[in-house]
Design a protein around this ligand. Structure first.
Ligand SMILES: O=C(O)C(=O)C[C@]1(C(=O)O)C=C[C@@H](O)C=C1
Length: 481
């Protein structure tokens, strides 16, 4: 590896008004330089946005991450400074980058831009820096299919060491890539936030716990597809608090590359929930379904590989970002397709009573006839409405050590967030062998923990529950979906 001060790379940096250090890396091997920056143990800054503009695209891997391309000529990274001293101390020799062909220059503008005009040399550097900043400002970010690799790369566990959260905008983790419904939910929950894509749900949870982002917004249930069990598991496994909910009307489209017709397609890619939500339509079209991590990732894959026989079920936003054609709109089986997302934070909010609140709890019970009836009665007795009751079956009582072994079974009782009917219970007639198992019951009830009635109900439940945890008490999303 060569030091950055070797005459191989153009590196421009600047300090933005929001305290971030923005960086440009230029050069034929700029992409691999960026990758190296990301991998460094002690980088001066953490690249957040991967290549912004390039004259030749490097190939995104099937589900979003990018691979190095030797023909990149122009690339922008966004850096987040680790400390103010980094801004002022950012100088040649601090960053190691792989060698690149000679003939390019390097410029360190940010430190000069932030220095007082105390001598002529610094003055000219400062002028240069300001000029650079002006040029950088003029190159606005307009993602298109041509530079889709420029979109934020989803966080994976490996990225943790490089991410620092010090900007004034709230950073909100979501699972998926840009154009995913979860990104729209994050923006609805926290307008003006900076959505941070994460590869997996676990990554989103962990990035909040490690202070890399401020919040996470994750799907928990859908009116057609039901509960997202993975996130119920993660709610128990992690110690985050539910601080809000947001409901999003999910309207799926069938996307394909330009020039294709529905008849040309034999296969369709999407998130399993999205495929389930379009079950009837896709069956009617005779398309083979294939599950991927998220809807927008499916669109990205179809676009990047220019697939001729495969479409994607995703949003209109994903169609725009990845430059796909919309073959059919509103293909979900129910026009009232709503997904409920949870807003998660490290600290709980102080529950109030000035507006409608909801409280989410999880508990387990001793086995025995009528125990669930008894548990639900603590709410019924106090006229507290339940908006969700679901149960997960797990193998043994040691909740925290054995969640890996959690066996998801059909829920005994299930309700879904329907717009007009808040509670829908149905038996699954599961005559298996439940007596060998314990259940975790997840209940949402319409009351605030600041409400004495709710406190009494939970006190009552706690008398006989073998485990009880309040996951959060938060305002109900009453917005029009
Ligand atoms: O794949 C996406 O776009 C997501 O945001 C995930 C997800 C989900 O997990 O349910 C979110 C909303 C829709 O219900 C479909 C998929």
């Amino acid at each position: 590896m060569t030091r950055v001060c070797a005459p191989h790379h153009d590196i421009f940096t600047r300090i933005s008004f929001d305290g971030h250090l923005y960086g440009y890396v230029r050069g034929p091997s700029a992409f691999s330089s960026a990758k190296t920056l990301q991998k460094l143990k002690n980088p001066p800054a953490a690249p957040l946005l991967c290549p912004l503009r390039s004259s030749a695209a490097s190939a995104p891997s099937p589900m979003g991450s990018s691979t190095a391309g030797s023909s990149l000529t122009h690339l922008q990274l966004r850096f987040v400074c680790k400390s103010s001293s980094m801004v002022h101390g950012h100088r040649p020799g601090t960053v190691s980058l792989p060698p690149a062909p000679c003939g390019t220059r390097r410029i360190f503008a940010s430190s000069a831009a932030s220095l007082p005009d105390d001598d002529g040399r610094k003055k000219s550097m400062k002028a240069r820096a300001l000029e650079l900043n002006r040029v950088l400002d003029e190159s606005a970010y307009e993602p298109s299919a041509k530079d889709m690799h420029s979109l934020p790369k989803p966080l994976s566990s490996a990225d943790y060491t490089n991410l620092i959260s010090d900007g004034p905008r709230l950073r909100v983790a979501y699972q998926g890539v840009p154009g995913a419904y979860s990104e729209a939910a994050a923006e609805k929950a926290y307008p003006n936030c900076e959505p941070v894509p994460c590869e997996q749900f676990d990554t989103a949870f962990e990035s909040v716990e490690r202070w890399l982002v401020d919040r996470a917004v994750l799907p928990i249930e859908n009116s057609l597809g039901g509960s997202i069990h993975r996130n119920y598991d993660l709610l128990l496994r992690h110690n985050l608090h539910i601080v809000g909910e947001v409901k999003l009307a999910v309207r799926h489209c069938l996307l394909a590359n330009h020039g294709l017709k529905v008849e040309d397609l034999t296969r369709v890619l999407s998130h399993p929930q999205a495929l389930a939500q379009c079950e009837h339509t896709l069956t009617k079209l005779g398309l083979v379904r294939e599950s991927v991590d998220d809807t927008a990732g499916a669109a990205q894959h179809v676009a990047f590989h220019k697939l001729k026989d495969t479409g994607a079920v995703a949003s209109t936003t994903a169609a725009k970002i990845y430059n796909l054609n919309i073959l059919a709109e509103d293909i979900q089986d129910d026009s009232d397709n709503v997904t409920r997302f949870l807003m998660l934070a490290r600290e709980p909010i102080i529950p109030g009573t000035e507006r409608p609140f909801k409280t989410s709890i999880v508990f387990s019970l001793e086995e025995g006839p009528g125990v669930l009836f008894k548990a639900l009665a603590v709410f019924a007795l106090r006229q507290i409405n339940l908006t969700k009751v679901s149960s997960l079956l797990f193998k043994c009582m040691h909740v925290f050590s054995t969640l890996n072994d959690l066996v998801y079974m059909l829920v005994q009782i299930e309700s879904r967030p329907l717009r007009r009917r808040n509670l829908r219970l149905s038996d699954d007639n599961n005559n298996g062998t439940p007596r060998f198992f314990d259940y975790l019951f997840y209940v949402d009830f319409e009351a605030s923990m600041a409400d004495k009635n709710a406190q009494n109900a939970l006190g009552h439940l706690n008398e006989f529950a073998t485990f009880l945890r309040v996951l959060g008490s938060y305002p109900v999303d009453t917005s029009m979906i």
